[in-house]
Design a protein around this ligand. Structure first.
Ligand SMILES: *Cc1c(COP(=O)(O)O)cnc(C)c1O
Length: 423
């Protein structure tokens, strides 16, 4: 710890006395990059400031939501207007309708939507629905795919679980994962075989939780065809990719149609949110139209829908996704100029640089990355005022608030961090 982290260090000491490991979500503890966490005081645009007053150009983006940068004026204004009208009613609102209409306008295949309070809950609802709609039990999942802290899918989960080196968490009963079949990401024949008799396959259309791993050409359309052959449902987990890789998410970007798609992160504008939606005939199996139970006290919360709606409206502006592509391309160019990490996977404004020679196409190749070097790289970046994801197995996110000057600062820091990571 340098002297300028004194207040973060003091707060971390107190936090460990009251919060498990001092944090409310494990990767935040920064253990996988070998340092203690920074406590954040505020955020604006492309920047976050820690409690010691240090400013960072932020590429964590709250793990994805901050696509417009932090504290975007349109979202803050909408929230300020909404606050005095109440924070929760437990009854329908006009804003939920406007929100769902905005989602459907961007993603026409979401014929019906159900909102939740987190991405994990959205996935839980989608899985139960898929099982109810097909009368089958088995869910196929890709190795290294992360779909939230859900018992049934914490088999070889990516992200936090990978980072902590526990492929399957203790506390998950064997029965919970008994109906989960694992297949490697990007392995179409394996998925097609596993889909026989299955209720569904759930897949991140672009993997984002083993680092960014792109679907190979034909993979997603091949999954669609395999589902059609076997009568299984295609569940796309678009919690990261929704409104990130295109306004219509991966369904638009790759021209593939999900039966059910899951959303979160960006659609909440930084407030707790999730949603799942798709084919009207499938969605109608949910209560109150059908027998499949799903519910939530704060689902469709007025503040979350207000913030989310403001973000979706901002993302409807022409040119936004060109700006995000340009920002992502500039970040990629800065990584390439720095020389390390060696393998860079990017789509639009999400990117991961892996410390590995050769392509990263699945969990096995992603986890062959030299995470000790990533740790040194990330620590050096923080020392240079750049906030990277505190794990090799996460995505860097560029927002519309990152300027050319921010990216130049980043390029200089990346070059120095590359040297540090080689030492
Ligand atoms: C973050 C994430 C989730 C879980 O969302 P929470 O809001 O953290 O519950 C699910 N799926 C994917 C692909 C994610 O990245």
């Amino acid at each position: 710890m340098t002297a300028s982290d004194a207040r973060s260090a003091e707060l971390f000491g107190r936090a460990r006395g009251v919060l498990v490991g001092g944090v409310n979500s494990p990767v935040r503890a920064m253990r996988s990059i070998g340092r203690d966490p920074l406590f954040i005081d505020r955020a604006l645009g492309a920047y976050v400031w820690d409690v010691d007053g240090n400013r960072y150009v932020d590429y964590l983006a709250s793990w994805g939501p901050a696509v417009l940068g932090h504290t975007p004026p349109a979202v803050i204004k909408a929230l300020m207007a909404a606050l005095p009208r109440g924070t929760s009613y437990g009854a329908p609102t006009e804003r939920e309708v406007l929100f769902a209409e905005a989602v459907q306008d961007a993603i026409p295949t979401v014929e019906r939507l159900r909102m939740t309070s987190s991405g994990s809950e959205a996935v839980m609802g989608a899985l139960r629905l898929a099982r109810a709609a097909t009368g089958r039990e088995v869910i196929v999942k890709t190795v290294g795919g992360y779909h939230g802290a859900i018992d049934g899918l914490l088999a070889e989960a990516g992200s936090g679980a990978t980072t902590l080196g526990v492929p399957t968490s203790p506390g998950v009963p064997a029965g919970a994962t008994a109906a989960t079949r694992l297949v490697p990401y990007n392995d179409l024949p394996a998925a097609a075989a596993a889909l026989a008799g299955a209720a569904a396959i759930i897949v991140e259309p672009v993997a984002g939780n083993m680092g960014v791993v792109l679907p190979e050409p034909g993979y997603l359309s091949g999954l669609r065809a395999a589902c059609d052959r076997t009568g299984a449902l295609l569940i796309l987990d678009e919690v990261i990719t929704g409104f990130r890789v295109a306004r219509g998410g991966a369904q638009e970007r790759f021209g593939v149609t999900a039966d059910i798609a899951c959303y979160g992160k960006i659609i909440g504008g930084g407030l707790p949110v999730g949603a799942f939606g798709g084919r009207a005939d499938v969605m109608s199996v949910l209560a109150p139209e059908g027998p499949c139970y799903q519910a939530g006290t704060l689902s469709g919360n007025p503040l979350a829908t207000t913030a989310g709606l403001a973000v979706l409206q901002a993302l409807a502006r022409p040119g936004v996704y060109d700006e995000l592509e340009a920002g992502g391309a500039a970040l990629e160019a800065a990584f390439r100029a720095a020389g390390v990490p060696v393998t860079i996977n990017r789509i639009g404004s999400m990117l991961t640089g892996f410390f590995v020679d050769g392509p990263v196409t699945d969990y096995a190749s992603a986890t062959s990355s030299d995470t000790v070097r990533y740790g040194a790289f990330a620590r050096a970046l923080l020392a240079h005022g750049i906030y990277p994801p505190p794990s090799q197995y996460e995505a860097w996110f560029v927002s519309t608030a990152h300027t050319a000057a921010d990216l130049e600062l980043t390029a200089a820091a990346l070059a120095d961090a590359a040297t540090a990571s080689a030492a």
